[in-house]
Design a binder for this molecule. Structure first.
Ligand code: NIG
Ligand code: FE
Length: 394
């Protein structure tokens, strides 16, 4: 399908900014982008959509979410706001374990319906590609159940979906060694064989997996040709970031406790450093030094980390605003971090940008100024969202 979009008052690519812009889309991808006055002859006869003088941004990429889960953790959220620690609640069998119980109690259909409704909210926020992790199943069959739900979302959501198998915590009643062995020798091979996930992630931290266990799980993933990602340096400094860099992970995420040596390792390896402002702010952790990471040469991404515990965040815009204010990125950098850099955290160089060859996923802003949604806090002026050149919202 061929189509030309005109009437764009301001376009962020986001490496570049154009006024009175236009672009051409063929078979779901951009084939030409430039000033409307310079639209080549060849495109003049293509069907035309006038975007009415609105600003346009690339579709947002959310490269770290736990979108599939049962229940909520409102009670725990209130407790934490009164000063109880996330770590202590987890150690006492609540936190992640309480979501594991609620997820276990839900049917596959229920999990699908709830996650689909959340994904729809993300769509209205301009998120056109989303990573979704398992990790609230823990036991092999329960993890596969979560991954099947993610597969169904991938088949039915308008967004691009990237599925990740997450080693989250050791299930109650299991010996650590037995669980790690099962994860490496049963679950990873099964997931690789069925193609239910593209990557494996590990929560490497105090109260979850040790650095050594993490290394074993990641090496098993790599030996099955799966990509790897890591929850790194959120609560304690464990060395997870440097491990991620050494093993060529797509990304190391959280990074609250990282050091300059960690940033250097990420910069050298090209592993994306993903900041999760929701979890950092809500758990009252030190805000990751996004400015220093960026200046050290790290490809910095931002993600919502949407989950029922540490980050019940639905707004990537708020995430960018917080990272600009507390992590000292410019707003243009924050946008790059939630589009093109976030796409690299999924190994997708064809998402999160508006240039020939990229997927035609874009956000039409309810203002002539493309960056208006980063200016209004708590209100997101979005007029329409397109995936592959087709309108998917409203
Ligand atoms: O990314 N840190 C560990 N995992 C999730 C939180 C999961 C939860 O609290 O349910 C995170 O913050
Ligand atoms: Fe997470």
């Amino acid at each position: 399908m061929n189509q030309v979009f005109v009437g764009i008052s301001e376009l962020y690519t986001p490496q570049n900014r154009l006024e009175r812009a236009a672009f051409a889309v063929q078979d779901g991808r951009f084939v030409w982008v430039g000033a409307e006055a310079e639209l080549p002859e060849a495109y003049h006869l293509w069907p035309r959509t006038d975007l009415g003088g609105h600003g346009v941004l690339p579709g947002l990429v959310d490269a770290h979410t736990h979108l599939v889960y049962g229940g909520d953790r409102l009670g725990e959220y209130l407790q934490r706001a009164r000063g109880e620690s996330y770590e202590a609640i987890l150690a006492a069998g609540g936190g992640i374990y309480s979501t594991v119980r609620a997820t276990d109690a839900a049917s596959e259909d229920e999990l699908y319906e709830w996650a689909q409704a959340r994904a729809q909210i993300f769509l209205t926020q301009g998120v056109t590609a989303i990573e979704i992790k398992s990790g609230y199943g823990l036991l092999p069959e329960a993890e596969l159940k979560m991954l099947r739900v993610i597969r169904r979302l991938e088949e039915h959501l308008p967004q691009h979906v990237f599925a990740t198998l997450l080693a989250h915590v050791i299930p109650k009643g299991w010996e650590r060694e037995k669980y790690v062995e099962m994860f490496c020798q049963e679950l990873i091979p099964e997931v690789a064989k069925t193609g239910l996930a593209e990557a494996v992630d590990v929560f490497c931290d105090e109260g979850a997996f040790t650095l050594d266990e993490t290394r074993r799980i990641l090496e098993a993933a790599l030996s099955h040709n799966l990509r790897i990602k890591l929850h790194a340096e959120q609560i304690a400094h464990t060395g997870a970031t440097r491990l991620a860099a050494a093993l060529g992970a797509l990304s190391a995420d959280h990074l609250e406790q990282t050091t300059p040596a960690d940033w250097e390792a990420l910069a050298q390896s090209g592993t994306v450093g993903t900041v999760l402002p929701g979890a950092a702010v809500i758990l009252r952790k030190p805000f990751p030094n996004a400015r220093a990471m960026w200046d050290a040469g790290v490809r910095v991404a931002i993600a919502t980390d949407h989950n029922p515990g540490s980050s019940p965040l639905y707004s990537p815009w708020l995430g960018m605003q917080l990272t600009a204010s507390l992590g000292r990125l410019s707003l243009e950098e924050a946008l790059l971090a939630h589009t093109e850099n976030a796409a690299l955290a999924l190994g997708r160089a064809d998402l999160g940008k508006i240039e020939p060859g990229a997927r035609a996923d874009f956000v039409v802003v309810d203002s002539p100024h493309a960056l208006m949604p980063l200016y209004h806090w708590g209100h997101t002026p979005i007029h329409a969202v397109y995936v592959g050149g087709r309108p998917v919202f409203p």
